[in-house]
Ligand binder design. Sequence first.
Ligand code: SF4
Length: 446
Amino acid sequence: MGRKYADDARRPSVWDVDALRRSMDALQVSWSHSVHLLGYLARHPEVAAWDDVAWGDLRSSPPRRFKEAVAANFSARSVDLVSRHDSSDGSTSKLVVGLRCGKKVETVVMRHGTLRSSRVTVCVSSQVGCAMRCSFCATGTMGMQGDLTRGEIVEQVLLAKRVDGRLRNVVFMGMGEPLNNYDEVLGACRCLLDDRWLALGGGRVTISTVGVVDRIRSLAADEPRANLALSLHAPTQDQRVAIMPAAKRYDLDDLLDALDAYVAEKLRELERRGSRKRRNDEKQPLIMVEYILLGGVNDSVADADALGKLFSRAGAAPRFGGRAMVNLIAYNPTPDLPYDRPSDAAVAAFQKAVQAHGVLTCVRITMGSDVAGACGQLLKDTRAPDVEDAVRARPGGKSPRPRARAAPAPRAAASARRGPGGRRRGARVAGLGFGVAAYLAAPGGF
Ligand code: SF4
C-alpha cells in the first residue's frame, strides 16, 4: 500500500512549536488540534513518520487540511538513531543521533537505583560541538559547529523514551553550552515541562552552564520551573581561566552575583507557587555546583578550603541563601586530554575539607565511561566517526589515535595518581558529561 503522507526529514520538526503555531494560525485551524497531536506524539515515541499516526486516537478530530498541512510542512521525526551503545553493566546507553544537517550529536540514557525503583535520566545535547573549549572536555576539542533546534532537542528525549520508557529526568549536560543556544533550549524546556506533552515538571529538567552570566540572570524569570547547575570546577578566577578559557569573559564575582540573583528569583517563584515546604527547607538545594576533580590540578585540600568558603552556609547572609549543593566529580580520563583522575583518597579528603565549611556535598557516580558516555567524553566530529572510535583509540585499542590537539591548559602533573582502580559503572559507552554525574550524585536530583 502506498504512503499517504510523504515524509521528508529536511522539514522542521513538528516540535518546533512556534513554527507550527504560525503555520496553523495562517490556516486558521484551532491550536487545540496541534496540542492534541503533540500530546499523542509524546505518548507514542515510536512514531517515526506521519503514516504511523493513528489520527483517530487523538483527543480531537482534526480536519483534513490540518493533517495535510502538518505533513506537508513538518517532520514527525527529524532526527535518526544512528547507533546505540550499551555499557557492560546495563546502566548506560549512549545514542548517536543524526541531525537534518548531516551532523551527529550524542544523547545518554542513564539508569540508576535498583531494577524495581530505577530512576532514568536522559542527558541531551544542545549544540554540535561547543565554543567554550573547556580544556578537560572532549566536546570542547570539536569547536562550535552549530546549534540544535528545539525540535531536535525534544526528539532526543523521545528517542531516549523509546530506549527506556521509565524516563523521569532530563539534564542539558550533553554536547554544547545550553545557555549559548538560549532560545532553542528554552523552547525545548517548555515542551518538556508542559503537562499536556512530556509533563516533566516538578524539578525534573536541569540546565547546566559553565557560567553565561547574562543568561543566568534571565533564566529564573524566563523559565523558573527549570533547575540550574553551574559547572564551576575551580574556586578562584585565575584557576578557572586556566582550565576554562571562556571564564575570561565572566568574572567569578559577577558569576556568583548572578547566581545569588537567580536563587532570589527562585525563592520568589516558590513563594508565588505556594511551595512553602521547598522554599523553607534549607536542606533542599536550589543550585547545583559541579566541580570536576582533575588530579594534581584543582584537587588539593587548599582548593577544597577555598571552595568551602565560597559556599559556606555560615554567617548572616550566606551565598545563595546557603542553598547550593556541591557535586564532586572525579575526572573521566579522555584520550589526548592532559589530565588524570584523582585517587579515591584524594576525592574523600577534598570532600571532607569542603564539608568542614558546612557545605552540602556529594560525590558523583561515574556511569558510561566504557562507552565514552561519561562526563566530558562526548565527542562527535569528522576525525572520530563515532565516539566509540575515540574510546578504542586508547592504548591497546584497535583504532588509530585521534589527531592530538595543542595542550590547552596546565598539564596535570599527577599521572602517577591515575584512577582509583576497579571497573567503573558503565565503562565502555564513552562518557556522560561532567554535569550528569554530578546530577546523579545528588540525592533525588533537585
Ligand atoms: S564542558 Fe560543557 S561547556 Fe565546556 S566545552 Fe564541554 S560541552 Fe562545552
